[in-house]
Design a protein around this ligand. Structure first.
Ligand code: NAD
Length: 357
């Protein structure tokens, strides 16, 4: 298995492999870049087909976190970790504690948080053996719901703010005016449901799809949302498509069928491949780059770890709107896809910091 020649390797600073025989832990931590600060990123637990698949995932995700933190104006770098095991059958407290020791061994270069397959309670177990764990305790909240450190409410709010900026740009509307608009939400889980709530309150009409029947019924009941099949949601008549489920909503099969003028949602990796951003631009669709619009979760985790306040955190999350407007404006001026513009802006920030050292 190649590392330096791996297709996803992109000058990662540190890649560590660890096995703990007693608990059965097999894990990888990838630190992509710490120019802007210590790397922060979730730990994903997944029964990867092989080590190669786990390495591919962790290298790609760690790099993504570098860009996300930079565009969220955070003094943080990008990192990620993966545990190669099934979260439903293999997870034990001993394994999580061993993961904590592994995180600690990097001496603070990497701060762990939750991700797919890892709950806040698992990060608590890791934190028994490391002081480098985030998203554990919310010191404060500002959306009116109690929080255990779960960043989903903030992610939903940041997505709402970003969606408003995209609508204002694409439809030349006053910022915040969503009246009469139809938004199609793919996935009404932790983030999608809260986003639906905010959109409903703002006067938007909702169309939803979800694979999980109880989630569908809950959103239908709460917002009078129209329900469509999961294979149709991308193609419905609407103004905004909000992918809030899995990745790759935008792919060569779906692009010709998309009727929305705006794509703005919380899901990670919405484009199957980077070049599809250009295809969206050519179709006149305003695409809010995923890692920019969904960054409020790490903004939340950062503020909970520092001497901050609800007001400061909220103001920081609201910067997502201005950042997206800057991206849309540059994209139009340069004829370059919004995802590429976002990458360029993030790289410029990191380079500027390196030069200033
Ligand atoms: P979640 O698991 O709570 O919700 C996802 C929902 O999508 C579920 O209700 C699920 O049933 C549904 N779903 C799955 N496959 C589907 C399909 N094919 N069509 C329609 N619905 C489908 O997850 P979440 O925390 O709400 O996160 C949603 C997305 O946002 C994910 O891509 C996640 O990576 C991303 N994200 C989440 C956060 C966060 O703070 N939770 C932060 C950044 C990014």
């Amino acid at each position: 298995m190649a590392l330096f020649a791996h297709p996803e390797f992109d000058n990662h600073e540190h890649v560590a492999f660890h096995q703990d025989k007693t608990s059965g832990l097999q894990a990888i931590i990838a630190v992509h870049d710490t120019t802007l600060g210590a790397s922060l990123g979730g730990c994903r637990m997944y029964p990867y087909a092989d080590d190669e698949a786990a390495l591919t995932d962790v290298l790609r995700l760690a790099k993504g976190m570098t860009y996300k933190a930079a565009m969220a104006n955070l003094p943080m770098g990008g990192g990620k970790s993966v545990i190669i095991a099934d979260p439903h059958t293999d997870k034990t407290p001993e394994m999580m504690q061993a993961m904590g020791r592994f995180v600690e061994s990097l001496g603070g270069q990497y701060i762990v948080a939750e991700d797919s397959g890892i709950a806040v309670s698992d990060v608590h177990l890791m934190a028994e053996n490391t002081s480098y764990a985030g998203g554990l305790n919310a010191k404060f909240t500002y959306l009116g719901e109690p929080s255990d450190g779960n960043p989903a409410p903030s992610t939903a709010y940041g997505t709402f703010v970003g969606l408003q900026a995209a609508v204002a740009f694409a439809f030349a509307r006053k910022l915040g005016d969503l009246s009469g608009l139809t938004v199609a939400i793919q996935g009404v889980g932790q983030v999608g449901f809260r986003l639906a709530q905010m959109l409903h309150t703002a006067g938007a009409t909702l169309i939803i799809a979800d694979t999980h029947r109880p989630a569908v019924l809950k959103a239908q009941l709460a917002f009078g949302a129209q329900v469509v099949d999961i294979n149709e949601i991308h193609a419905v008549e609407c103004d905004v498509l909000a992918p809030c489920a899995l990745g790759a909503t935008v792919n060569p099969n779906t692009i010709p069928a998309i009727k929305a003028k705006v794509i703005a949602g919380a899901a990670n990796n919405q484009l199957l491949t980077e070049d599809l951003g250009q295809a969206l631009l050519q179709r006149g669709i305003t695409y809010a780059p995923d890692y920019v619009i969904n960054a409020a979760g790490i903004i939340d985790i950062h503020h909970q770890q520092t001497d901050s306040s609800p007001a400061l955190m909220k103001a920081h999350i609201e910067q997502i709107g201005a950042t997206l407007t800057q991206i849309f404006t540059l994209s139009t001026a340069q004829g370059e896809a919004t995802n590429i513009i976002a990458n360029q802006l993030a790289e410029a920030k990191i380079l500027a910091k390196r030069k200033a050292r």
